[in-house]
Design a protein around this ligand. Structure first.
Ligand code: AMP
Ligand code: ZN
Length: 113
């Protein structure tokens, strides 16, 4: 299997995991863009947001709720945080296995670059 995030999810490539269950893994981004930068990744391989189907709806909701729980557990629930999924070239997607970025710990500019 050549997909980086499938391999991290199955454990054949190491990552600094902060959470995992049957459906998803969450680990620290290797190039953090904020004091807290965690990627929340489904075990199921879905390349981009364009490839989601209705069967994924509940899973995507659980990714978001898990990100909020990780933010809260890290002390950022009240101060705030951002979640984002990048899709394809204009958004800067580089890993083609969907992942939710969780960013917290500094003031995040809006609009994003
Ligand atoms: P994106 O640009 O939205 O596709 O995000 C991919 C993210 O994966 C980037 O923020 C990278 O820093 C991160 N990344 C790439 N390789 C690894 C890795 N081996 N472990 C953790 N994060 C990684
Ligand atoms: Zn994958």
């Amino acid at each position: 299997m050549s997909c980086l995030f499938c391999r991290i999810a199955e454990g054949s490539i190491p990552a600094s995991k902060v959470y995992e269950d049957d459906e998803m893994v969450a680990f620290h981004d290797i190039h953090p863009q904020a004091p807290l930068h965690v990627l929340v990744v489904p075990r199921a391989h879905v390349a981009t947001l364009n490839d989601l189907s209705p069967e994924h709806d509940a899973m995507v909701g659980r990714l978001q709720r898990r990100a909020a729980a990780i933010a809260a557990a890290s002390g950022y629930g009240e101060s705030g945080f951002r979640t984002v999924m990048n899709c394809n070239a204009d958004a800067g997607q580089t890993v083609f296995h969907i992942h939710l970025h969780l960013l917290a710990g500094r003031s995040l500019a809006w609009p994003p670059g």
